[in-house]
Design a protein around this ligand. Structure first.
Ligand SMILES: C[S@@+](CC[C@H](N)C(=O)[O-])C[C@H]1O[C@@H](n2cnc3c(N)ncnc32)[C@H](O)[C@@H]1O
Length: 269
């Protein structure tokens, strides 16, 4: 089994059973944050994901790196006749997802597996989601090939990911220290330096065609007030992953991308 990101130990320890706040990703604000509204902004991001290429009724849907089941719970509420499947490398998180009761007419399956070695037959799903999780996987290209394999022809992959460009301007730390922080706390984080064009090239190489691409960098930036607040202290020699991400995001070197992709019919896989 692959390594579970260590920050989940704290999140699991702090979690109250049946807490309805299930999202483990940045928030989305379409106006400046007002007070302590992080959970609401996280849910706003989940709602945006669900409406970015909404699935057809009665479909088979897979959420890879499903966290505590925020997206699964929302899809379960809004869809009927669907088979929802959540995959996670961490069985403890899947146990949290077990709290979600499938609505009559829907089915919910929870599977412990690695995103880069999915235990499903080819062409099993109509729609695959991967929200803010690809940077935790051993290799984005292997994950995208797996997503393409398990999707039916013309199926859809909806994802969000961080695309970070290599150094272009003065930064408080050398790129090697930024990469060390991201590898250490959020690793494996393959290909730390991956500008948006490279991510799109990877999706095309796996057989996907871009349907909708949105840049949510500005809308997600207020999240660091909650996840890694800026104390105003001078930068330390080695940044924490949170401080490094906050700086990358605020400087524009990190772009938060939301993509809806179609598996091209006829691509030989
Ligand atoms: C930042 S969280 C996002 C969770 C969820 N998608 C959400 O948006 O609330 C990343 C998730 O990816 C999972 N993960 C990490 N490595 C994985 C792997 N190799 N295969 C499957 N899931 C993995 C983590 O355990 C975690 O649930």
């Amino acid at each position: 089994m692959r390594r579970v990101p260590p920050y989940f130990d704290h999140m699991l320890a702090a979690r109250r059973p049946h807490d309805p706040a299930r999202d483990v990703h940045l928030g989305f604000w379409d106006r400046p944050p007002a007070g302590n509204d992080f959970a609401a902004a996280q849910f706003a991001l989940t709602r945006r994901i669900a409406s970015l290429g909404p699935p057809a009724p009665a479909t088979a849907i897979l959420d890879i790196g499903c966290g505590f089941g925020g997206l699964l719970a929302l899809l379960n509420q809004s869809l009927h006749g669907c088979h929802l499947t959540g995959v996670n490398i961490d069985p403890r998180q899947l146990r949290v997802c077990q709290e979600i009761p499938a609505r009559p007419g829907n089915r919910l399956s929870l599977i412990a597996a690695d995103a880069c070695a999915l235990p499903f037959a080819a062409a099993s799903f109509d729609q695959v989601y991967c929200v803010e999780a690809m940077f935790h996987f051993p290799a984005r290209t292997r994950f995208l090939a797996e997503a393409a394999r398990v999707l039916r022809p013309n199926g859809r992959l909806v994802l969000t990911d961080f695309a970070i460009s290599p150094q272009t301007a003065a930064a408080p730390w050398p790129d090697s220290r930024i990469a060390a922080a991201l590898h250490g706390e959020y690793g494996p984080w393959p290909e730390v330096w991956m500008p948006p064009e490279t991510l799109l090239r990877h999706t095309e190489a796996a057989g996907f065609r871009l349907e909708t691409g949105q840049d949510w960098t500005a809308a997600t930036l207020p999240s660091y007030r909650f996840t890694a607040p800026d104390t105003g202290a001078p930068p330390t020699v080695q940044p924490s992953a949170g401080a490094a991400l906050r700086w990358l995001h605020g400087s524009g070197r990190l772009r938060y991308l939301a993509l809806s992709l179609r598996l091209d019919i006829g691509i030989k896989r």
